[in-house]
Design a protein around this ligand. Structure first.
Ligand code: HAM
Length: 418
């Protein structure tokens, strides 16, 4: 029987995984500078958490969740996103009782049953941050800035930031009426999805890629904002301008999750087929209480790592962090092989990156491996060397070769590798 990976999943093999490690390291370093600390929550949660948190009428909850009943008859869902689980954990562990606001980050797999295409997977990975405990617009700005810095620091160019205010639930209710007033006469012109969205989640209609031509003159949510929403939004825009972060206001930006209030934003870039959104987030002032916690406001983002890596490839960004090898130990003959086993252990214990031959192959084959693995040095051990207590050490770049006592090989290498 032959097995293949499931549609929409990926194997990340050596050679590609170095890019992932680089991107993840960049995220972690950035979080350290911004004082966000890592949180690890379960990959699966009670289904109801996502129904309540993400929203019953969202595509994610309606069509995309991996939901199953476990042996204890509980309905379980593989997390389709990170925010609901982090907020659940924040409430369950009473992090709101701590004197400072909670600034949390996570990196990990998420699951959505979507139609697989370039940049869209069923298991994908997000770098996400959540800052819970303050309504300050400066925190929205900090979150947007962190995401922007992430893209810049991994080496991407031409990433744009779009922002909007989606107001409060009461602002949205008023806007909903105004919008439906505009859409109702056009109902029959709109696509099927939009017609059904009009009944369930009309704000998402404006997001439709097909029907844009019918939306000219549509009311803008920005005209429905009350004083508080407007002032918050103004401060966010001011903060971004003060930092010199370029952004555009997109009044049609709605996001695919229901928990947002006030600020919503997305990072966009060209180069991944039809997909242009590479990350997004926003403020969620009602989510903590919606899932049973106290009134605590939050703001956060989620950045897709597959999309980041696809763009790095598209823009041909050289990422640092090749696998690399310090020394390849070539052993010829049984006695040398035995000594090599001991020696590579010693070298590795001293922090040196070492590989050796495992098949008792001929010298030529072993040297070829050393070349392929781009070892900086080759150390050759045969019977003659072994009897004399030395090893032949060759620096690959220069071709320079010398005989070194086996007992001082580690020292010699550590000097040379400096
Ligand atoms: P989201 O917009 O649903 O937001 O997802 C964030 C990012 O995850 C997307 O911009 C995209 O890069 C990536 N992504 C989503 N679905 C897929 C997929 N099927 N394949 C590949 N990449 C994908 C959230 O998930 C929110 N939790 C973000 C947030 C955090 N808001 C506040 N805090």
């Amino acid at each position: 029987m032959k097995f293949q990976k499931s549609p929409g999943t990926q194997d990340i093999l050596p050679g590609a995984v170095e890019k992932w490690q680089f991107v993840e390291d960049t995220a972690r370093q950035l979080c350290r500078r911004y004082n966000f600390r890592e949180i690890r929550t379960p990959i699966f949660e009670a289904t109801e958490l996502f129904q309540r948190g993400v929203g019953e009428t969202t595509d994610i909850v309606e069509k995309e969740m991996y939901t199953f009943t476990d042996r204890g008859e509980r309905s379980i869902t593989l997390r389709p996103e990170g925010t609901a689980g982090v907020v659940r954990s924040y409430v369950e562990n009473k992090l709101y009782g701590e004197p400072d606001i909670s600034k949390l980050y996570y990196i990990g797999p998420m699951f959505r049953y979507e139609r697989a295409q370039a940049g869209r997977y069923r298991q994908f990975h997000q770098f996400g941050i959540e800052a819970i405990g303050s309504t300050e617009p400066s925190l929205d700005v900090e979150v947007i800035a962190l995401g922007y810095s992430f893209y810049t620091e991994v080496g991407l160019k031409d990433v744009t930031v779009e922002i909007n205010s989606v107001g409060t639930p009461s602002v949205r209710a008023a806007f909903r009426e105004a919008l439906l007033g505009f859409l109702e006469p056009k109902r029959s012109l709109l696509c099927k999805d939009c017609q059904s969205r009009m009944d369930r989640n009309p704000l998402r209609v404006l997001d439709c890629k097909v029907d844009q031509k019918h939306f000219e003159g549509a009311p803008s949510i920005l005209d429905s904002l009350d004083e508080e929403c407007r002032s918050h939004f103004d401060k966010v825009k001011q903060g971004l301008s003060d930092m010199g972060i370029p952004f555009t206001v997109n009044p049609r930006l709605v996001r695919g999750l229901d928990y947002y209030t006030h600020t919503a934003f997305e990072y966009k870039a060209q180069g991944i087929g039809a997909i242009d959104t590479i990350g997004g987030g926003g403020r969620y002032n009602g989510l903590v209480s919606d899932i049973g916690g106290p009134e605590q406001p939050g703001v956060g983002l989620g950045l897709g790592l597959e999309r980041t890596i696809l763009l790095l490839e598209h823009q041909q960004v050289e990422v640092p962090g090749k696998h690399g090898l310090d020394v390849y130990v070539v052993a010829l003959g049984d006695a040398a092989d035995r000594e090599a086993t001991r020696l590579v252990y010693e070298l590795r214990s001293r922090g040196i990156r070492v590989e050796r031959d495992y098949g008792g192959r001929k010298m030529k084959a072993q040297l070829k491996s050393a070349d392929r693995l781009e070892a900086r040095y080759t150390a050759i051990l045969g019977d003659d060397e072994l009897n004399a207590g030395v090893i032949a050490l060759k620096e690959m770049a220069t071709g320079e070769q010398k005989s070194v006592p086996i007992t001082s090989l580690a020292e010699e290498l550590l000097q040379g590798l400096k």
